[in-house]
Design a protein around this ligand. Structure first.
Ligand SMILES: Cc1cc2nc3c(=O)[nH]c(=O)nc-3n(C[C@H](O)[C@H](O)[C@H](O)COP(=O)(O)OP(=O)(O)OC[C@H]3O[C@@H](n4cnc5c(N)ncnc54)[C@H](O)[C@@H]3O)c2cc1C
Length: 402
């Protein structure tokens, strides 16, 4: 059995950030990754300015191999059934278009932690002063003993299931899938990430250029038909945007836990087990999850260090320290913050004000109709209540967290 100070599950961005803080503090840190590194990660790779700053400040300038073509992204273009496009540039200029296979591996190496790839987390027992972790390395059972465990294992987190077995049943699950097409003709600006607020197309519809091909992605409640959804969007792009694409060569998809950050229902762990990154529920507007994965990962890592220095329970430290990231993420979904603050990293209110009164009315009507698609999840009332409470407090209630 290997004994370490901190064991991190998941060699992704949250795992790299958590590892960096622990290694910097002199803690023996091992990261478990179920896949062989460098590993593929389904992602558009559009990094927010804040995520970009984090990478530079913590890991240094990105190597060229960590970028797709086009190598940067200027911002986001929203599309609506009224066909009025709304383009927004990121504050501070374009950001890198990450190739997750290489950017994540680069960050993991720069963290300085020891990595055990092809090693899957299977389960754990928290004994109060240490945690026993069971894993399988290339199929063989291995055991670790750690003072603290950080689960940075993404949306379908097994670490969460090992401490809260019923959690996956408590939230709605979505499927997102994308297909990669050769381009016949594509008038969509390759410098922008394109997103459709269109209720007939699905809960999450996007397209962008990558390495000479065009990605068409669809997201919907789990159980629907990917083929049919994708065919419909491809046809819509052809009819309304004159996008002509050849047959797709590759496709991929995964389950997503979209929702907890809208309604402040995060999972931060139990006892000596911390949860971080997207596993907690952190996701920014338009599904941007890398910046909050990096920041929450760093906070989880710092909480472990602080708890040791101060002799305090690690959960108590983490929950106090993570409040700032909760505030930042959940503010992005708060209608009052959207209307009167600047919670996003591209200027939506300014883009809207550039339109005529009539166009603004059409865009807001289409946005409202799109939001009605989410009515069945009963998030509207919770978001409104949270926005009201936020008027009188500096953050969001920790009582709603697991
Ligand atoms: C289609 C799509 C497009 C996206 N586009 C963007 C975008 O453009 N910009 C953006 O910011 N975000 C985007 N996201 C979201 C972003 O990819 C995630 O929010 C982010 O990667 C979360 O990082 P993480 O470190 O929390 O976990 P993940 O990146 O999910 O990594 C978890 C890691 O844990 C490993 N793991 C899982 N289970 C185990 C186990 N049992 N044992 C060991 N290892 C395990 C996985 O292999 C993986 O390496 C997109 C997501 C999808 C699905």
């Amino acid at each position: 059995m290997r004994t370490v100070d901190t064991l991190i599950v998941g060699a992704s961005l949250a795992g790299a950030a958590a590892a960096k803080r622990n290694v910097d503090a002199g803690l023996e840190t091992v990261i478990l990754e179920r896949k062989e590194l460098p590993r593929h990660k389904i992602c558009s790779g559009i990094l927010s300015p804040r995520g970009h700053r984090f990478l530079i400040e913590n890991f240094g300038p990105l190597p060229r191999e960590a970028l797709h073509e086009p190598t940067s992204c200027r911002g986001v273009t929203f599309h609506f059934p009224c066909l009025i496009p709304l383009s927004m540039d990121f504050f501070g200029g374009p950001t890198p278009h990450l190739h997750r296979r290489y950017s994540d591996h680069w960050a993991i190496k720069r963290s300085g932690a020891e990595v055990h790839d092809r090693t899957s987390f299977v389960g754990l027992e928290d004994h109060g002063d240490h945690v026993i972790v069971h894993a399988r390395q290339s199929g063989n059972p291995v055991t670790y003993k750690a003072r603290q465990v950080i689960g940075a294992d993404g949306p379908s987190s097994l670490v969460i299931r090992s401490i809260y077995p019923d959690y996956p049943k408590q939230i709605p699950w979505f499927f997102v899938g994308q297909k990669f097409h050769d381009i016949v003709d594509c008038p969509l600006d390759p410098q922008y990430f394109h997103f459709w607020f269109h209720p007939q197309l699905g809960h999450y519809t996007w397209s962008h250029a990558r390495d000479g091909r065009q990605i068409v992605g669809v997201g919907f409640k789990r159980g629907d038909n990917f083929e049919a959804r994708h065919r419909q969007v491809k046809q819509y792009l052809e009819d309304k945007h004159q996008v002509r694409l050849a047959r797709h060569e590759d496709e991929e998809g995964c389950a997503e836990n979209f929702g907890p950050s809208l309604v402040n229902r995060y999972v931060f762990g139990k006892g000596n087990v911390l949860i971080t990154g997207q596993a907690t529920g952190f996701l920014n507007m338009i599904g941007e999850g890398m910046s909050c994965a990096l920041h929450s990962g760093a906070i989880a890592g710092e909480a472990v260090v602080e708890a040791r220095l101060r002799g305090r329970p690690v959960q108590e430290m983490y929950r106090r320290m993570i409040a700032s990231e909760v505030r930042r993420t959940t503010d992005q979904w708060n209608p009052l913050k959207i209307a009167f603050g600047k919670p996003h990293e591209a200027d939506f209110p300014q883009a809207l004000m550039k339109l005529s009164w009539r166009e603004r009315g059409l865009v807001l009507r289409d946005m409202w109709n799109f939001l009605l698609l989410y009515k069945e999840f009963k998030w509207g009332r919770q978001i409104a209540a949270l926005a009201g409470q936020r008027l009188f407090s500096a953050g969001y209630s920790a009582q709603r967290w697991l």
